[in-house]
Design a protein around this ligand. Structure first.
Ligand code: PMV
Length: 283
């Protein structure tokens, strides 16, 4: 029987960078998916090859197609790895999938908290602490707006820059991480309550700390400012920074206004739904 599997992309909502250093983050799986099926692979085959080497049989041919561009920072590497492992071993438990996929990502990319792997497997919106907690959150109707900067973020370089900063100013960076951890805990409670005004404010605070860490960019700042000026409850970068996407929370009555402002500031609004289903067999 021929099967197809798919796994969702993700957006980091709170806690990027701090999560690499043991603090919590909140991530949501998105409605854009990566699909794996039988066939000759094209493009970057590193993750497919690694999945076959780990669990598959030599000579196995699987290919991946994506509903989204790999430049958005939606986590295509982790989604393809998870979908490929599920294709090879459909009966694997989520825990087995996580351990195998995280190992592949670390082998190929060298560093990372695994939050994107968790989102691809479990789906929904998750509270995540590296090597400790993957906790599903019960969130309804998150009014999220996403703006792409047009610039691809270099996650590995940004993580290296943050690590250098940590060596130079350990106390300062630890304080930033502790502050991000605290606001992430707050956001966890307020998101479940659906208090988007407050969650938006917490996004603003998170963005202040990320700017302090040095991972924001002019383009991100201008899209964030445009969203805020158009009445968004809050806005921040999402992921490593330097480019990729910014996210914003809005009162639904303001959505169009905020989206137009992001477009006018040179961003590309991307329509996705948060809280999507995790990895699954399609057929
Ligand atoms: O660049 P992205 O979207 O993969 O996000 C990276 C987030 C970091 O916290 C900087 C790294 C990580 O693996 O958690």
């Amino acid at each position: 029987m021929k099967i197809t599997t798919s796994a969702p992309g993700k957006l980091m909502l709170f806690g990027e960078h701090a999560v690499v250093y043991g603090r919590p983050c909140i991530v949501t799986a998105i409605s854009e998916r990566l699909t794996v099926r039988e066939g000759n692979p094209i493009g970057d085959t590193r993750f497919l090859d690694a999945a076959i080497a780990l669990w598959g049989k030599p000579g196995m041919k699987i290919s991946a197609t994506s509903s989204f561009s790999g430049t958005y920072g939606f986590g295509s590497s982790s989604a393809v790895t998870v979908a490929a492992l599920k294709y090879i071993r459909p009966s694997a438990s989520n825990r087995e999938l996580f351990d195998a996929a995280y190992k592949i990502i670390l082998d190929i990319q060298g560093k990372g908290s695994g939050f994107d792997v968790a989102a691809a497997i479990y789906g929904g919106t998750l509270y995540y602490i590296k090597n400790k907690i993957i906790e599903p959150m019960n969130i309804k109707n998150m009014p999220l707006v996403v703006g792409y900067t047009g610039v691809k973020a270099d996650t590995v370089a940004l993580m290296a820059a943050v690590s250098e900063k940590m060596k130079a100013q350990p106390d300062r960076v630890e304080r930033i991480y502790d502050a991000i951890a605290k606001l992430t805990e707050d956001a966890k409670v307020k998101m479940v309550e659906g208090d988007w005004e407050r969650v938006g404010r917490l996004m603003d605070f998170n963005q202040d700390y990320l700017r302090d860490l040095g991972v924001s960019s002019e383009k991100l700042e201008s899209l964030i400012l445009a969203a805020k000026n158009a009445g968004a409850c809050g806005a921040k970068l999402s992921g490593a920074g330097g480019g990729d996407c910014m996210i914003s929370l809005v009162d639904e009555r303001n959505r169009k206004k905020v989206e137009d402002a992001i477009t006018k500031a040179g961003g590309q609004v991307i329509h996705i739904a948060p809280g999507a289903q995790g990895v699954r067999l399609e057929s």
